[in-house]
Design a protein around this ligand. Sequence first.
Ligand SMILES: *[C@@H]1O[C@H](CO)[C@@H](O)[C@H](O)[C@H]1NC(C)=O
Ligand SMILES: *[C@@H]1O[C@H](CO)[C@@H](O)[C@H](O)[C@H]1NC(C)=O
Ligand SMILES: *[C@@H]1O[C@H](CO)[C@@H](O)[C@H](O)[C@H]1NC(C)=O
Length: 371
Amino acid sequence: MRFLTTALTSALALCGATAASGLVKRGSLQQVNDFGANTSGTKMYIYVPDNLAVSPAIIVAIHYCTGTASAYYNGTPYASLAEKYGFIVIYPESPYDGTCWDVSSAEALRYPRLTCFYASHDGGADSNSIVNMVSYTLDTYNGDKSSVFVTGTSSGAMMTNVLAAAYPDVFAAGIAYAGVPATCFYTGTVNGWNSTCSQGQLNLTQDYWANAALNAYPGYDGPRPRMRIHHGTADTTLYPQNYYETIKQWTGVFGYSTTPSETYPDTPRSPYTRYVFGPNVEGVLGEGITHGIDIFGDADMQWFGFTGSSTTTTATSPSSTLATSSATATATAGPGGEQYTQCGGVGWTGVTTCVSPYTCQKLNDYYFQCL
Ligand SMILES: *[C@@H]1O[C@H](CO)[C@@H](O)[C@H](O)[C@H]1NC(C)=O
Ligand SMILES: *[C@@H]1O[C@H](CO)[C@@H](O)[C@H](O)[C@H]1NC(C)=O
Ligand SMILES: *[C@@H]1O[C@H](CO)[C@@H](O)[C@H](O)[C@H]1NC(C)=O
């Protein structure tokens, strides 16, 4: 069984701020204003299904840069799957301009103080706020502590890896759609952009990445989340080397080889291939897929344990997943300027104009994206 630590539980009692707040309306996206300490100003949205389980599982679903809780709620299948399986979805929303997540500061990459979990004045990154949202939801809805999951796309996938590394006591499994390994985006600044990492220039050892995850929560030796890592081989926003580095991280954590033990072509569907590295780590690599990656809701349900071992599923297309535009990123392969590709930023030497109807938008000094 998996518990939040005793220290955390007693901290909830000591610091607990939330028990009295009202329950939200079910069956629609709702904001929760009072979920506990929230130093970084992260917003909490929640979907509590009409069909709520008695002791519900929780999925944290984390948006991409420029995204919002509402966009991710509308563009991913998790809310409708919540009605089917009875779990609650938490959609955090980034507090920063450009709505990337802080996966770069020292605060984001360290387990916060356990002396008063909700009042961690020095660990107050977005990751801390998100875990406080989980604690609030477990408390408020009699949630199943052993069934808390996290997934996200792009910057949300980076956060997925950070949360899985820093809070192995909270999350039972994670699925990262086109992210980077935990700590890869380190800059020492809040909401920074690490181009060395994004451009796939890091090729480090399995030990390096495993230690980067293991050291996020020193002294912890309980179970760790099972991880599935999705990426596209034609991703020019977060280069595909990030897939291999992330696989090194989680296979290293579990002591597996980086060579897959099983390979399933056309799974969940062409052009994706599913790789099994061991019971707790899988990769799904999309040949020719860009940063506009598909989300596989049914396969996600299987990885999180809501369904059996079926792996062939239909995908949600990136057009509905990532943007309101009708054009899909995967349908516009070309020399640059496609949707979601980088088009500027400090040190950028590639294409700076975007294919119509996309325009080059500044997310931060280091990263402009065709959107
Ligand atoms: C967290 O910060 C956001 C943004 O300022 C705010 O909307 C929300 O109410 C805050 N929640 C808490 C519990 O402080
Ligand atoms: C980017 O991250 C790598 C490790 O992930 C680190 O070596 C490098 O110093 C970082 N770059 C910046 C600008 O902080
Ligand atoms: C990464 O480093 C390993 C070991 O030095 C090497 O075998 C491999 O070819 C490198 N991969 C890339 C993409 O540079």
